[in-house]
Design a protein around this ligand. Structure first.
Ligand code: 5GP
Ligand code: ZN
Length: 111
């Protein structure tokens, strides 16, 4: 999608520190980490946010969580998954993404 930051990261127009990639899902380090481990897991297709998940596009959301499960195996002590949706939740990038946070005890406001 034109003018979507994370679509540009998927396309490689904007660089990112990738930690996982397949045909459907990309995972990369957050540019402003809120925890020692802070990874963003996104579908490569543009979905604006959690409110736009439908029966037609939800397969890639399941794939995102399969990737999260794999990445989580390397995060000692557990991890948190967060998806902000809309302004009140603090969503700043309107492309569905899952924050994966860990590496230290987390407070309730992280991501
Ligand atoms: P949101 O606020 O929408 O829940 O999360 C957006 C996240 O994207 C923020 O944690 C922010 O630090 C991250 N972010 C914004 N721009 C970039 C970027 O250009 N590269 C990377 N790797 N992360 C970004
Ligand atoms: Zn997008």
């Amino acid at each position: 999608m034109a003018d979507c930051l994370f679509c540009k990261i998927v396309e490689g127009i904007i660089p990112s520190q990738k930690v996982y990639e397949d045909d459907f899902v990309l995972a990369f380090k957050d540019i402003a980490p809120q925890a020692p481990t802070h990874i963003l897991v996104i579908p490569k297709t543009h979905i604006s946010g959690a409110a736009d998940i439908t029966p037609e596009n939800s397969a890639v959301v399941a794939r995102c969580f399969e990737v999260i499960a794999q990445l989580g195996k390397d995060i000692e002590g557990g991890f948190r998954v967060v998806s902000n949706c809309g302004g009140n939740a603090g969503q700043t990038v309107p492309h569905l993404h899952f924050h994966v946070l860990g590496g230290a005890p987390l407070n309730l406001t992280m991501a």
